[in-house]
Write a protein that binds this ligand. Structure first.
Ligand SMILES: [Zn+2]
Length: 328
């Protein structure tokens, strides 16, 4: 099995974005340490819009200039240690501003690329990608949509082709969320670990320009979510997220998952990491040869660092880890 350990490298969004040190720098350093002296390489999907926003403020706000330098240094460490950097887009940064009170983000009206005009979409994708490429001195060819909002894909298709973005990893088979700022419905996605597509991420069209390598998904029972929520209260030292911000709200979500089985991503964030090993077995039995794990440095907990470490160091996963960069 080929295993992609992927991390969305970003702050939180909304009213409590958290700090660069706690959401990005220190948890990422811990992740790098876990992979050191192993054959495990990660793919970091970097929120390029945030970095460009910091660039625009660096002369006005010394604290933001400091944050930017910390991030750039870390990205260089990531590359130097053989890990991969690819493109993640949260376009709400275009409409965000900073003042003495912190960040002001409009994630209601401008959360996904589709909330912008075709010309703006082309400009955002082109600018973000080339900024990252200049930073890492490498080409980028893989993408993950902010909040998994990749649909409808036909509005992104032309600029992705023009920019040579051939791989997408935003789809979560059978997952659906259309509340709050989120808007995706993958219930009709192909039940596959890799497929090619053209203008619709849900339609497998042979020999097309784009390749989808979906984020692996599985069915979670309500019991799983009762544990997830309870453990955070019972044992916060092991189960509290290291990031000091708050995930954007998903109205109605908690009630839904506590009373119904739901399909969701395979992840190394928090308590999700408890089923990493089990998920691999399940995927194998579905005939899959690829496993894509999503995580966020900000969403790690003491518990999930431990679980991830044992997953990476497990002899049965030796030589299994692969990055998007290594795909040609
Ligand atoms: Zn993100």
């Amino acid at each position: 099995m080929q295993i992609f350990l992927t991390f969305d490298y970003e702050l939180f969004f909304g009213d409590q974005p958290g700090s660069v040190k706690k959401c990005m720098i220190s948890p990422t350093n811990r992740l790098l340490k876990i992979a050191k002296h192993t054959d495990c390489k990660y793919t970091f999907f970097v929120d390029a819009g945030y970095l460009l926003k910091l660039e625009s403020y660096k002369l006005t706000f010394p604290n933001l200039s400091k944050d930017l330098n910390l991030i750039k240094d870390q990205i260089h460490d990531i590359i130097e240690q053989g890990h991969d950097i690819q493109l993640h887009i949260h376009p709400h940064w275009e409409k965000s501003f900073y003042d003495r009170n912190g960040w002001h983000m409009n994630t209601q009206k401008f959360y996904k690329l589709h909330d912008f005009s075709d010309q703006e979409i082309d400009d955002i994708v082109t600018r973000y990608k080339s900024y990252l490429e200049e930073l890492i001195h490498r080409n980028i060819h893989a993408f993950r949509a902010g909040g998994w909002c990749i649909q409808p894909f036909d509005r992104l298709m032309d600029t992705f082709k023009k920019n040579g973005i051939r791989y997408d990893t935003s789809v979560i088979f059978n997952a659906k969320m259309t509340s709050g700022s989120y808007s995706f419905d993958f219930t009709k996605a192909p039940d596959k670990d890799v497929y090619s597509f053209e203008n619709d991420v849900l339609i497998n069209k042979k020999d097309s320009f784009f390749t989808e390598i979906p984020i692996s998904s599985r069915k979670y029972s309500p019991f799983f979510y009762w544990c997830l929520y309870a453990l955070g209260r019972i044992n916060p030292s092991a189960h509290k997220m290291v990031g000091d911000g708050v995930f954007m709200s998903q109205p109605g979500r908690k009630k839904q998952v506590l009373f119904n089985s739901v399909w969701n991503h395979v992840s190394c964030d928090g308590y999700y990491s408890s089923v990493l090993k089990k998920s691999k077995t399940e995927l194998s039995s579905r005939g899959f040869d690829k496993m894509v794990v999503i995580g966020h440095p900000k969403g790690m907990t003491e518990y999930s660092f431990k679980k991830l470490k044992s997953f990476i160091h497990s002899p049965s996963n030796k030589n299994s880890f692969i990055t998007f960069d290594s795909l040609k």
